[in-house]
Write a protein that binds this ligand. Structure first.
Ligand code: ZN
Length: 111
C-alpha cells in the first residue's frame, strides 16, 4: 500500500499543506522524516514522523486520476444520481446527432 500522511480528521496532507520537513536521524533503529503541516480541511496544525523507508516519492502528491480536494467536496455535496436523471441523460444523449451538439450539451451541463 502506498503510504500517505493524514490529519487526525482524515484529510490527506499534500505538499501544499506542508510547512516544514526535516530528518530525524538516530544512531540505532530507523530514521524518520518529520513533517509539520496545516490541514487544508480542519486548519489544525499537525505533525507526523514517517519512517524513512516508508517515505516515498508521491507521498505528498495525488496520483493522477484521483480527484482534487475541490472536486471531492463538490461531489460530496451533490445528491446521488437518481433514476430520473439517468433517464433524462439518456434522452438528452439520444437527441444528439453530431459532435457539435454533443460539445454544446457538455458545455451547458458544466456551466
Ligand atoms: Zn484536519
Amino acid at each position: 500500500m502506498k503510504s500517505v500522511i493524514k490529519c487526525n480528521c482524515g484529510q490527506r496532507v499534500l505538499a501544499k499543506d506542508v510547512m516544514q520537513t526535516g530528518y530525524y536521524l538516530r544512531l540505532f533503529g530507523p530514521n524518520f522524516v518529520y513533517v509539520k503541516f496545516r490541514c487544508s480541511h480542519c486548519k489544525k496544525l499537525g505533525e507526523q514522523f514517517v519512517k524513512q523507508e516508508e517515505w516515498e516519492d508521491g507521498i505528498l502528491t495525488e496520483s493522477p486520476g484521483e480527484m482534487t480536494a475541490e472536486e471531492h467536496r463538490k461531489f460530496k455535496s451533490m445528491d446521488k444520481i437518481n433514476i430520473h436523471e439517468c433517464i433524462d441523460a439518456h434522452f438528452e444523449l439520444e437527441k444528439i446527432s453530431s459532435l457539435a451538439e454533443l460539445r454544446e450539451a457538455v458545455e451547458k451541463s458544466t456551466n
